[in-house]
Design a protein around this ligand. Structure first.
Ligand SMILES: [Zn+2]
Length: 240
């Protein structure tokens, strides 16, 4: 019997697909790095995760106006199991990828590493704005206040409620959003990588996506991410 697919499954699936597309864009930056060791390991990693990446490829193009076609990809396992497996694969791919990028940065030295990092930061900023543009196409009569910025991050980037509170609010007022990230790159993929610097790089890139998503919706926003002992936290201020 086919499993029942509800709105929350689509939201979670959408966030996974967006994240995979983001990781692919970052990987593309390094395709012309001229570092044979990196190219070989990137190719090996893509091969290792081929079925995961193919799934995201099949539904490529942003989910504008209609949800990503989750039902086309479902296998005979319940939808929750399918999504949990897909999410785990995504986290593993992310951890592998950033381990490779970090090792590459160590090999090529600071100046060259910095050039790639800057390029990735630009791509992350664009990606955040692109996803925010996807949200803007969904009719919303209200202006984008701090609550809707938080809601947007929660749904579009973290996949809504299917995980247990991916963003845990600490303070949510008219002008300020402050929350803990329960599943930032420092927490994701811990079973694959123990390289703290690689995770910090991933978290930094992710924060750029969050920042530009927020700023696209609320032009007066300022954004900062802080590494805490247990969890990273984001603060967004909406200046009047
Ligand atoms: Zn983090």
């Amino acid at each position: 019997m086919p499993s029942l697919v509800g709105p929350s499954h689509y939201v979670f699936f959408g966030a996974i697909v967006r994240r995979l597309q983001w990781l692919r864009r970052i990987a593309e930056v390094y395709q012309n790095s001229g570092d044979p060791e990196l190219l070989v390991s990137l190719a090996r990693t893509e091969k290792l995760f081929a079925s995961t990446l193919d799934r995201a490829e099949k539904v490529s193009g942003l989910g504008i106006r209609k949800p990503y076609p989750l039902t086309e990809l479902l296998d005979d396992t319940p939808v929750e199991s399918f999504l949990a497996r897909f999410y785990d694969e995504l986290c593993a791919f992310e951890a592998h990828l950033f381990d490779l990028l970090h090792a590459h940065h160590q090999r090529v030295g600071e100046t060259e590493a910095q050039i790639r990092i800057e390029e990735c930061i630009n791509i992350c900023a664009l990606w955040g704005r692109e996803i925010a543009g996807e949200k803007l196409l969904i009719p919303n009569d209200e202006r984008y206040d701090s609550y809707s910025v938080f809601e947007g991050l929660y749904q579009f980037l973290e996949g809504g409620d299917l995980q247990w509170k991916p963003l845990l609010p600490r303070r949510l007022t008219e002008n300020e959003v402050h929350y803990e990230l329960r599943f930032c790159p420092h927490a994701r993929g811990h079973s694959v990588s123990s390289n703290a610097e690689a995770k910090t790089l991933a978290c930094r890139f992710e924060s750029v996506v969050f920042e530009h998503f927020a700023k696209f919706l609320a032009h007066n926003a300022t954004f900062s991410r802080t590494r805490g002992l247990d969890h990273c936290t984001d603060r967004i201020f909406l200046n009047n």
